[in-house]
Design a protein around this ligand. Structure first.
Ligand SMILES: [Zn+2]
Length: 330
């Protein structure tokens, strides 16, 4: 559970549900078992963290959110709150086992450090094996005083009915597309290509764009290595790079240029442990790389200029491949 999110703003499409939940927390009307459901990408984990943070806060804000400043909030943010017990699969995608449920239930029965009581976090509840779910029932039926167990699920229908019936169900709604578009724009995410259906899961849109960026960076790394090995043409490498978001590409270029410089200055000790990038850097040497890094810095300054960006990108790769060719001349 990433804990820093406790004092983040309530997502706009969560607001009505949050008001309902915050009133419940304020009036001490929250059931011992709480099931937070919702389709992937609607932000149910973020919502659940905000719920848990509010339950553990000793000085909640007027809107019911955690204050972020009390001892409980600080420990929650640092991931060191003593009264939280987590129940998650030992390996991602695997089931939660009975032995884990026993440990979890045992921990919930220990005396809490704070008067706010213990909180259990089960994520994802769909991962409970049938015997694990049965073992959890006892704790859900007779929980220790002041304890809350928060279960998170993408697929409520896959939970045992006996688990569902013992929990208060809070379904985190999908976003309406207009709200999502506005919110994504505020996060700096361009959602103009997304259809309404995808916009209903705004956090999935962000995650997906993250994946796309990773793929892009991996492709550029691959191209760079091929260029350094004289196995790629600078113009076709530029072709793949120049259409990308300029700043993203320039950031990448800067980082790789620094990586190459650093690697070129390190002595060639254990060749087998070195990355291909480091080997290429040492073949080039610091002097050639320094010349190239000046070109990289020039390119970085041209991000916002009217220069023909395709030519700019080409020039940086052409210069690098010339340096590589010179370095490999006998
Ligand atoms: Zn607090």
């Amino acid at each position: 559970m990433t804990q820093q999110a406790s004092t983040m703003p309530i997502l706009p499409w969560h607001a009505p549900l949050w008001r309902h939940v915050a009133a419940g927390i304020r009036d001490d009307r929250v059931a011992h078992g709480v099931l937070i459901a919702g389709t992937p990408g609607v932000g149910k984990r973020r919502f659940a963290r905000q719920v848990v943070a509010a339950l553990l806060c000793r000085s909640r804000a007027d809107d019911g959110r955690a204050c972020g400043a009390c001892a409980g909030c600080r420990q929650f943010a640092a991931g060191t709150h003593p009264d939280i017990s987590r129940l998650t699969p030992e390996d991602k995608g695997k089931t939660i086992k009975v032995a884990q449920v026993r440990q979890f239930s045992h921990a919930l029965h220990l005396t809490p450090q704070y008067e706010t009581g213990r909180v259990g976090w089960i994520d994802p509840a769909d991962a409970l094996s049938i015997s694990a779910a049965n073992s959890l029932l006892k704790t859900l039926e007779e929980p220790p005083a002041g304890c809350h167990i928060v279960l998170i699920s993408d697929r409520v229908s896959s939970l045992l009915p006996t688990i569902r019936s013992r929990c208060q169900l809070w379904t985190v709604p999908a976003a309406d597309p207009a709200t999502a578009r506005e919110w994504l724009a505020e996060q700096g995410v361009d959602a103009s290509q997304e259809d309404d259906d995808r916009l209903r899961s705004p956090l999935a849109v962000i995650a997906h764009q993250g994946d796309e960026v990773d793929q892009l960076l991996a492709q550029w790394d691959k191209d760079l290595l091929r260029l350094l090995a004289r196995r790629a043409n600078p113009v076709s490498v530029a072709e793949r790079a120049y259409e990308a978001e300029r700043r993203l590409w320039v950031d990448w270029l800067y980082r790789r240029c620094n990586d190459l410089m650093r690697a070129s200055l390190v002595g060639q000790e254990d060749d087998t442990a070195q990355t291909n990038l480091a080997r290429a850097a040492q073949r080039l040497g610091p002097r050639r790389l320094e010349a190239w890094s000046r070109r990289v810095a020039e390119v970085a300054r041209m991000v916002d200029s009217n220069a023909d960006w395709r030519l700019v990108v080409e020039s940086v790769f052409i210069e690098l491949s010339q340096q590589v060719a010179d370095a490999t001349q006998p």
